[in-house]
Ligand binder design. Structure first.
Ligand code: SF4
Length: 229
């Protein structure tokens, strides 16, 4: 009989997964400049630049952006052409008017709201960016769901029929909600992003070196047994 998601992700399994992901993250932390800032505005800019873009490509653009527009007030006064010049290396010119509108809105507000629903009202901020900013820069809990995390959870519970709609499914959202801790969420979420980017990768996952392996991951168990490891 095939085990259900709830049976696979028992309370004990959830505890083990969190612990191992956290430990892995301590050893493999990816040190990007926006991970060291305590400026909430800089963190929000980074999260927007990271949308649909690899982190390594964002580093130099982030530095230049913060150099030219170090505060919402600077961004609010900047011509769109200048914002476009800075963002040009990343492509995706749709970000330019959103950034300009965001600068104006933040300058009006005077601070970034630490509330998920209010964040969603800001230009350029969607569910993922709001959750990421809250957990990394807002001192609040945020539950991350991106394509890497969806792929990881599908493998974890042995689902092979996941597709672009899976992130909206209740079972998936419930699973991420349960896996995301209430304490230490910043370190856990950073670890999870790095882990799903470098270990449980698209294509061939690296089950042999994965901290979850056969005892906590249905797909890992199958793959490692097939390889006789
Ligand atoms: S064991 Fe393999 S499939 Fe499972 S989480 Fe680790 S890398 Fe991904």
């Amino acid at each position: 009989m095939v085990a259900s998601v709830a049976e696979i992700l028992s309370d004990e399994a959830i505890r083990q997964i969190r612990t191992r992901i956290r430990r892995w993250g301590q050893k493999h932390f990816q040190d990007y400049p926006w991970r060291r800032t305590d400026d909430p505005y800089a963190g929000l800019i980074a999260e927007i630049l990271l949308q649909r873009t690899r982190a390594q490509a964002v580093v130099s653009v982030y530095r230049e952006f913060m150099n030219r527009f170090p505060s919402p007030e600077h961004l609010a006064l900047a011509p769109e052409q200048e914002i476009g010049e800075v963002l040009y290396p990343l492509g995706l010119s749709w970000r330019v008017p959103l950034m300009a509108a965001l600068g104006k809105r933040l300058a009006e507000l005077g601070e970034i709201p630490r509330d998920y629903e209010k964040l969603l009202e800001l230009p350029g901020i969607g569910p993922y960016t709001a959750a990421a900013w809250l957990s990394f820069h807002g001192g609040r809990r945020g539950v991350l769901i991106d394509s890497n995390i969806v792929r990881w959870i599908c493998r974890l519970v042995g689902k092979t029929d996941c597709d672009g709609e899976t992130r909206r499914k209740k079972w998936l959202r419930d699973a991420v909600e349960r896996l995301t801790p209430r304490r230490g969420v910043k370190a856990f979420n950073y670890a999870l992003l790095d882990f799903t980017m470098t270990v449980c990768t698209p294509g061939e996952p690296h089950c042999e070196t994965c901290p979850l392996g056969a005892d906590l991951c249905v797909t890992g168990k199958t793959r490692l047994q097939a390889k006789g490891t």
